[in-house]
Design a protein around this ligand. Sequence first.
Ligand SMILES: C[S@@+](CC[C@H](N)C(=O)[O-])C[C@H]1O[C@@H](n2cnc3c(N)ncnc32)[C@H](O)[C@@H]1O
Length: 274
Amino acid sequence: MVQTLNPNKALWEKGDFTRIANTMRGSGESLVNSVGVRTGMKVLDLGCGDGTTALPAARLGADVLGVDIASNLVEAARRRATAERLSNCRFQEGDASNLEDLQDRTFDLVVSIFGAMFAPRPFDVAKEMVRVTRPGGRIVMGNWIANDPTLVAQILKTSSAYSPPPPEGFVSPMTWGVESHVEDRFGKAGIAREQISFARDTYVFEFPGTPAAFVRDFSEYYGPTMNAFDAARKNGRADELQKDLETLFEAQNTTPQTGATRIPATFLRVTVSV
Ligand SMILES: C[S@@+](CC[C@H](N)C(=O)[O-])C[C@H]1O[C@@H](n2cnc3c(N)ncnc32)[C@H](O)[C@@H]1O
């Protein structure tokens, strides 16, 4: 049987996102502490990666299901939950654009932190998130913001200067960081504007090495940056991309400590009352 390649899945299975996620654990935990997770609450973490937000939610006593398109990250999440003996935390492979394995009106809280924003077909994603949330429940999304001056949008901007143009019809994940698009997508899923609130929030990347070493981790382990380096290498421009990213990471680094990197990045926090 011929298997067709899902580029969205291949992108996130490339490398090892755990290397980057390790630098985001503190912010993941703070975010979960701020959303009012309680014992027994049914929580879906969509695009959960290796469990940066799923594990803290389970530690607070929620009944957590993490869904992610990348099989290596689902495995990594399971290993992390097992190591902590968290039996109230399950993980499965799935696509945020089509949650066919999940029943309607199941979850008290659907969390997706820089996860569902990367799925194709954003209108389907919004519809699916609303469908699996129970009436009276909430959806909380964390979305990077197009053209924001902080780290993640700037990595994307720099990388895109070295990459071929995206295929026709490609919808940038960063459009999830634009309020009007978010309202449109949830609007088509039956959610009124008044049910959606927006806030600017901050994630802090904390890396135990220099900014240049942190760039190297992105170039070796983070799928989107790996792809940018692959494209740059083909044009003999990999060193140039490395330098541009080092300049960016050094400029954004806020710690005076030598051999350490601490970079805050702004995101759009979206809360939907279903
Ligand atoms: C930037 S990572 C964030 C992971 C995690 N939420 C965290 O905070 O560490 C993006 C995640 O979204 C997942 N993802 C991308 N497209 C997806 C899709 N269509 N359905 C489900 N997960 C997806 C990736 O596999 C990856 O784990």
